[in-house]
Design a protein around this ligand. Structure first.
Ligand code: ADP
Length: 177
């Protein structure tokens, strides 16, 4: 089963993807986490990626799709993909590479998103969780990623209010799946 989990920063994609993975045995794969692994490796590629990520910008298309292609190839039984696609170019590429069964979209307000990211920042110390960079990431989300809502094609698209508790949101997702 190929699932895309979609929504703005702080909407709970990672949290809900992990819960779905546990319940249904489908691996949750975060492109952002994979990029952070590459940054942590200290390689030349990692350093290049870090320069975009620390500014809140999307990393270059060619590097990004090579990473996602590898994730697709290593998960032939399916996965819950988090963090891709984020713009039209990526969505067009994905449509040719991967058959999507379900899109799960989590909706929250920008205010709630910022509140949650800052709360997380106190614990995780991600270098892109400063107020300016968070705003930049949300701007890119609104301009480039959000319009994809109407472009992504899948057998099933479910839209969930992500503002409730982790358990309440999870229950809604499971009910609609
Ligand atoms: P968030 O969605 O909260 O901004 P992620 O961990 O998903 O956090 O992504 C962190 C950063 O990784 C992004 O700001 C961007 O620099 C990079 N990134 C993640 N996914 C993509 C993508 N699909 N295309 C380009 N860059 C990406």
């Amino acid at each position: 089963m190929n699932i895309i989990i979609f929504g703005k920063q702080g909407c709970g994609k990672g949290t809900q993807a992990a819960k779905l993975a546990q319940k249904f045995g489908i691996p949750a794969v975060s492109v952002g986490n994979r990029l952070r692994e590459l940054v942590a490796s200290g390689s030349e590629l990692g350093l290049k990626l870090k320069s975009y990520m620390d500014k809140g910008e999307l990393v270059p298309f060619e590097i990004n799709v090579a990473i996602v292609k590898e994730l697709i190839d290593t998960h032939p039984q399916g996965m819950i993909l988090d963090g891709f696609p984020r713009n039209k170019e990526q969505a067009a590429w994905l449509a040719k590479e991967w058959q999507v069964d379900v899109v799960i979209e989590l909706e929250i307000s920008d205010e709630e998103a910022i509140r949650r990211i800052l709360e997380r920042a106190a614990i995780e110390h991600r270098s892109d969780d400063t107020p300016e960079v968070i705003q930049k990431r949300l701007d890119i989300y609104h301009h480039e990623t959000e319009p994809l809502k109407h472009l992504l094609s899948a057998k099933k698209i479910i839209i969930i209010d992500g503002s409730g508790s982790i358990e309440a949101v999870f229950e809604q997702i499971c009910k609609k799946l």
